[in-house]
Design a protein around this ligand. Sequence first.
Ligand SMILES: Nc1ncnc2c1ncn2[C@@H]1O[C@H](COP(=O)(O)OP(=O)(O)OP(=O)(O)O)[C@@H](O)[C@H]1O
Length: 577
Amino acid sequence: MRDRRHAAAPGQAGPYRAVRAALLRDPRLLLRLGAWSVAETAPALVVGLAVARAIDEGFAAGRPGLGFAWLALLGGAWLTAAVGARQVVVAVGSIVEPFREELLDHVVDGTLRRSAAAGHGPGAAAVARSNLQVELARDALASVITVVRSFAFTVVSVVLGLTTLMPQVLVLVLPPFVVGLCLFLLSLPALARRQRDFIVADERTAGALAAMAGGLRDIAACRAGDRVAADVGRQVARQARAGRSLARVTAMRTASLAVGGWLPVLLILAGAPWLVRHGAGAGVILGALVYVTQSLAPALGNLVQGLGMSGVRLRVTLERVLRSGEPPRPVTARSVPRDAAVELRGVTFAYGPHAEAVISDLDLSVPDGDHVAVVGPSGIGKSTLAALVTGLLRPDSGRVTVGGVPAERVDQASRVLIPQEAYVFRGTLMENLTYLAAAPKPAVEDAVTALGLTSLVARLGGYSAEIHAGLLSPGERQLVALARAYLTPARLVILDEATCHLDPAAEALAEEAFARRDGTLLVVAHRLTSATRARRILVMDGASVQLGRHEELLASCPPYADLAGLWNPSDSQELVP
Ligand SMILES: Nc1ncnc2c1ncn2[C@@H]1O[C@H](COP(=O)(O)OP(=O)(O)OP(=O)(O)O)[C@@H](O)[C@H]1O
């Protein structure tokens, strides 16, 4: 059975300690890996020497037999390398497999503890996701060990080989190689950070697209396509920025490869006369070039490529795996607000980093139980304000709270938004009315009476009638949506032109019913009559925002007086043409 003494190691600290523990678990495995690595990098030791001797002492000296003997030695080194490479894979496997098992123990443990704390069985999707992360971490560790080890053994072999061939060559090869390596190592932290940002941005884009695809029906029904597309678009733009920033650091990686891998070739060629003066023949120069082009440059290339990708992936996946095994944290996701008071402090919001702000530095206090109508010209930001209060949009700066809880963390059942386009699905009328909250029949009947749906229920033939969007007029759909919201326990109700398809009398009935209901009512007004019914009115007019009662605003707020002047009470003219 597997030795479990180190089984707690992954959870005890960060990724570096976990990797170190995996490497040092059994020093004999490292020795075995080292021994086979010597065999695997045998060609890097002899390749230049064999070529140089084969030319200088063999073919060029008229002794082809000796030339072929040196080449045969090189062939033998390749055979040794083949055997070594196979054994290296086995040795790397014996290091990473126990590491994988420990990580699996860790995540299964964490998943079980989490599900026990949540009171339900472990989710298959969560287990599968963790398992995938463990596999990725295992593969990344194997790749990092392979690459770093091969680099170290190759460099040592090449230095030994060049020393045997002609030590003066090292003067031309080592300085640019060390500079290239240092450049890469210096760029590694920034590269790791940006690669990580890119991986995270990539995953968030995939998550946003998956969420959008899953909610397409609702998005279409609520006509929220533009808003959702803008949100996903912002995420895509974030990913593009992360990609560009990664590309800039990747350029540094290419530069390090050029300096460390290819500058030595140029220096050997340029320094050939100097080498010849020190006794080098054509074979020595060719041998030196072979060392650099066949061993040193590829080893640096593999290190740059391998550490740049696998190293970062190892760190990101390990961090996740280690986190997924931690004890469950207290649930902080959503909170029930203490009341339905709405507060905005210094709120600024724009639909994109370069777009003009729709809402700038807005302060607003709506006490619990208030009834506020929001008016203003089309496109001024009324729906944006409603979306900010509902937590559908987050401010770029400032805070939006409901009952002291940040808007995006407010418990879903504590507030309800009814948009302009009402959502009715195929099912019975009763199912449509109680979709957001279960309600006994008498409560449903009260809502139906309060909101003026009695004749609609009669026309449809009762609550068990099957309905769908095509069967109802836009106004009837709005009535169903209003009754559905009315039946919820939400203390904060936001009507975003939710009565625009009702006639003025039906709108008055519905709004008065909501005004009588307990809690705070925010109405994005479609007609000025909505405003006069509200206790207070928020006038949005570009940069200026004013809050007050109808009479006060008529006297003190010219934009409101203008809007009111357009209004003829006898025909309940609409505010927004
Ligand atoms: N998803 C979006 N992406 C980009 N811009 C948007 C988005 N939604 C709204 N806007 C812009 O933001 C501004 C405010 O829009 P909003 O819908 O909040 O105004 P409104 O006052 O509710 O208008 P209306 O009365 O016509 O519904 C407008 O210029 C609009 O074009």
